[in-house]
Write a protein that binds this ligand. Structure first.
Ligand code: GLU
Length: 385
């Protein structure tokens, strides 16, 4: 009954562990969840109020597929001012971030074409490429280079079938942040080999230690070959709103917009008013959340040093750590064992690609008390395994 296309694709490892943790909690287990990357903060009040007002004002009808014009303009302004991306609102399409990735890949990748992407990488990139009939080509990143995607490694993988390089900085699951040198090197490769770049920048504001985020679309000659994708979920604690955006050069925008028209039509109308308030309103809530994430990162790094079988360097962005473990068992098995014995839910590294095996992903987007308690439980349990 199921298409061959769908059979090729694996279930989402992050969503599976989130759901399993939820089931265990419903059974009365006292689970601490380090599974999905979901900020535990409430969406800032002014954003919620703007969406409520939109509902009260009857903003509940169809919009044009690319989204609310004022929001497209606000995104273009943000991308220009913060990231130097030379766009205007006609390049901006509002859609959930995951949908933006899916639509972009579906609109650009032909049967048999190759997309070079990091390994480990977020669980959803490869399935998007597989559903489009393309082939994901992993570029292995290691802790030796802070899990950054190195241009020289990418260069080795380019063939005449390569169509796209997929970037993600700050990264999920490793918290890696590309340097400006990395970005420049990757831009040169894309130009030399006439490749597209999909740059998932959804963690762009969650960056620590004074690091700076660099958008590859801002590099000379890159705008016309880059699709920049970002969103509201992580920066503004708006995961349930399903709201994000992409910025694409005109010909690609047109192709992507066809998929938007034929699939979700447009992102939820009143949610887009919330998005507008997020981009144009006070920035203090974001500063507060990022500061808190940095403190949590420091706390979890301190606690992980007390667990002899886990090894991990300090990540510079996002809200994940991706430690290597010494136990001799598959990461999936260890994750299930820890759920059972420690009542701590996390994601096995192999969900993020074969280079993720022997690792665990811990999302620390939860409060310090949970981090303290959860890491204590991991320490006590891992000592016995
Ligand atoms: N992106 C988040 C994560 O990796 C949310 C879950 C998902 O979409 O995979 O945990």
């Amino acid at each position: 009954m199921i298409s061959e296309r769908v059979k090729r694709v694996q279930e989402s490892g992050t969503m599976r562990m989130k759901e399993l943790a939820g089931q265990k909690k419903a059974e009365g287990k006292n689970i601490i969840s380090f599974t999905v990357g979901e900020p535990d903060f409430d969406t800032p009040k002014h954003i919620v109020e703007a969406a409520k007002k939109a509902l009260d004002d009857g903003k509940t009808r169809y919009l044009d597929a690319p989204g609310l014009p004022e929001l497209r303009e606000a995104v273009a302004n943000m991308e220009k001012n913060d990231n130097n991306v030379p766009c205007d609102k006609s390049n901006v399409l509002i859609t959930p971030t995951k949908q933006a990735i899916f639509e972009t890949i579906l609109a650009t990748i032909n049967e048999g074409e190759e997309v070079i992407m990091p390994d480990p990488a977020w669980v959803t990139y490869e399935p998007c490429v597989q559903l489009a009939g393309g082939k994901a080509v992993p570029v292995v990143t290691t802790d030796e280079h802070e899990f950054r995607i190195l241009p020289e490694k990418v260069a080795e993988l380019i063939t005449d079938k390569t169509k796209m390089i997929l970037l993600n900085s700050p990264s999920n699951p490793c918290g890696a942040v590309s340097t400006h040198e990395d970005i420049k090197g990757l831009a040169d490769l894309a130009k030399d080999h006439d490749l597209l770049v999909l740059s998932d920048e959804v963690y762009e504001k969650i960056i620590f230690d004074g690091m700076k985020h660099h958008s590859i679309a801002a590099e000379p000659g890159m705008f016309d070959r880059t699709i920049t994708i970002s969103g509201f979920s992580k920066t503004y604690a708006m995961t349930g709103w399903r709201l994000g955006w992409l910025v694409a050069p005109k010909p690609i925008f047109k192709g992507i917009n066809k998929i938007q028209q034929h699939s979700i039509t447009h992102a939820v109308s009143f949610a887009q008013y919330g998005g507008l308030a997020a981009l144009t309103g006070p920035k203090e809530p974001v500063k507060m959340m990022v500061k808190e994430f940095e403190e949590r990162r420091d706390l979890i790094m301190k606690l992980i040093k007390e667990i002899p079988s886990l090894h991990c360097d300090k990540p510079k962005g996002a809200f994940y750590i991706f430690p290597r473990f010494d136990q001799k068992m598959p990461s999936e098995e260890l994750a299930l064992l820890l759920m059972d014995k420690a009542e701590v839910a996390l994601t096995g590294g192999s969900s993020f690609g074969s280079a993720g095996e022997q690792h665990l992903r811990i999302s620390y987007a939860t409060n310090k008390k949970n981090i303290q308690e959860g890491m204590g439980r991991l320490k006590r349990t891992l000592e016995k395994i």
